[in-house]
Design a protein. Sequence first.
Length: 365
Amino acid sequence: MNLVFAGTPAFAVPALKALAEAGHVLRAVYTQPDRPAGRGRRVGESAVKQTARELGLPVRQPARLDAAAAGELRVLAPDAMIVVAYGQLLSPAVLAIPRLGCINVHASLLPRWRGAAPIARAIEAGDAVTGVSIMQMEAGLDTGPVWASAETAITDTDTASTLHDRLSVLGARLLTDTLARLARGDIAAQIQDDAQACYAKKLRKEEAIIDWSQPAAVLHRRIRAFLPRPVACTTFRGKLLRLWGVDPLESTPTTSAPGTLIAVEADGIRVATGAGALNLTRLQLEGGKVLSAHEFANGQRPTVGERLGAPASSYRETGSFDSPQPTRGGGAGAFPGHGARALSRQRAGSGAGCSAAGRLQGGRR
């Protein structure tokens, strides 16, 4: 097929590479303009732009897909436009240009987790299964018919970063399979059931503040969902403390107040929660490096009985919510507003733990 590709972050790279390896003619690669990033605010190229240049593909970076950009796209006359985490709204006029329309790789099993942060929200809600969907784009946000989907289990050790990487590869493989079937004409798209839909709200930095009164199981999921951004945080001796690694200790009985340190061991720092305890294994104190629990304990000498946490207002006074990449480790990722009731692990599509889904206009992909 003659294709145009639109994508920006690392999640889109496996799909771009897979299309090139499958022999599709990539007429152009659209990606977001170069922008400042990181602590040094250096202007950098997107992961997709770097990959496109390595593959020798023409790159286009319009600030907006406006009438002029749409005119250029029309000249390319693609069979389809493949959209993977592009990051711009596509107007109905743009959606109508390719002969087969615009096809999107979405990181959830639609209609569950439509929206901006499906990976993190699936982990936070306790879903046992998630996946990718190949969707025909339309004016609604992630509401179009689904050509194909593929599942993967969410493990108790998955973070948004590890799941992000697994889904990006799964999505690339499913995309090329779907395009091959489209070319043969032996595939039909399935209309989504809006009654089963829920929306994965964009992650807010304020959500990263840990409420130690919640159960250990809930906090464990949230901390994993918020890695590597925005990174769950609390306070320790008046300073912001980010939590990069944690194990749940749901069966650990404790009568201590939530947020109290109940043990300081070489393999972790135990903290009481509303139900059970958490074992903190990797921590980053404001202004410092990411440390193992052993390193942190040697440097800070935390003692049993000390309390973590402070009123939310205190976080705005003690430090920034901005989460730098760790000196060691880290990855890439994305998360759900829900109550503490979503305790049981739900199979994707069940609707439990989801907010009600409205029909949201505009296909920002």
